[in-house]
Design a protein around this ligand. Structure first.
Ligand SMILES: Nc1ncnc2c1ncn2[C@@H]1O[C@H](COP(=O)(O)OP(=O)(O)OP(=O)(O)O)[C@@H](O)[C@H]1O
Length: 215
């Protein structure tokens, strides 16, 4: 299993945000994107997730079940800045929706909604409307979405924003467990996540493109 990006370039509006980005991630490996605000981290993650079309270049996932390459967006979880949950639905209804909607890639067993909320340190909240939870609790439930449906690639944009120190450690442990099972992780972050087998890519944004940083 591996994920390969070759010579990716993306534009927002008139400007190129990055050019010639290439990377290769094998099973169990992670890519951590760093760089200042506006440097293009979210843009690159959205390209890999299939939410934005690259201006040029390719990104392809090769799984174990088939020799054919697929777009990684088909086999990824994307955790963006927003939590992608409905405030008026309960935690259980939200997670049930995602479990059904996403299905499971492959035949990997996934935890129940209750077990997934336990795993993010929030037992006994599944009956509450999502909107009743605090910002940090909501982020934890958004993370539980990654557990209730199996996806080999996790694409995480600032996953630990709004979290306390214990949640930081918990997320790092869940990500490490995903990697240990052969999962691939791409994460944009302003704070070290302490991931294992991680490559770092520092994004420089439009000014970097101008200065020829990306060659
Ligand atoms: N929808 C859009 N239309 C035009 N430009 C955009 C759009 N979204 C983002 N941009 C621009 O693209 C550049 C890269 O933004 P991006 O969100 O990828 O940065 P980032 O590194 O993730 O930043 P942050 O650390 O603040 O989350 C910025 O200059 C931003 O203004």
């Amino acid at each position: 299993m591996h994920l390969t990006a070759e010579n990716l370039a993306a534009r927002r509006g008139e400007d190129f945000i990055f050019l010639n980005i290439s990377f290769h991630l094998a099973a169990g490996e992670a890519l951590v994107l760093t760089g200042k605000n506006g440097s293009g981290k979210s843009t690159l993650l959205r390209v890999v997730a299939g939410l934005l079309r690259p201006e040029k270049g390719t990104v392809i996932f090769h799984g174990e079940e088939s020799r054919e390459g697929r777009h990684p967006g088909e086999v990824s979880h994307y955790l963006g800045h927003r939590n992608a949950m409905k405030n008026e639905l309960t935690v259980a209804e939200n997670l049930d929706f995602w479990r059904t909607f996403l299905g499971s890639a492959g035949s990997v067993a996934t935890p129940s909604v209750e077990d997934a909320t336990d795993a993010v340190g929030l037992s006994g909240v599944t009956h509450l409307p999502f909107g009743y939870l605090s910002a940090g609790q909501q982020r934890r439930i958004a993370f539980a979405k990654l557990l209730v449906a199996h996806r080999p690639i996790w694409i995480l944009d600032e996953p630990t924003a709004a979290l306390d120190a214990s949640a930081d450690r918990l997320f790092a442990d869940l990500i490490t467990t995903h990697q240990a099972k052969g999962g691939i992780v791409l994460a944009a972050t302003h704070q070290p996540l302490g991931l294992r087998s991680a490559q770092e890519l520092e994004m420089t944004g439009f000014s970097g493109v101008d200065a020829g940083v990306w060659g």
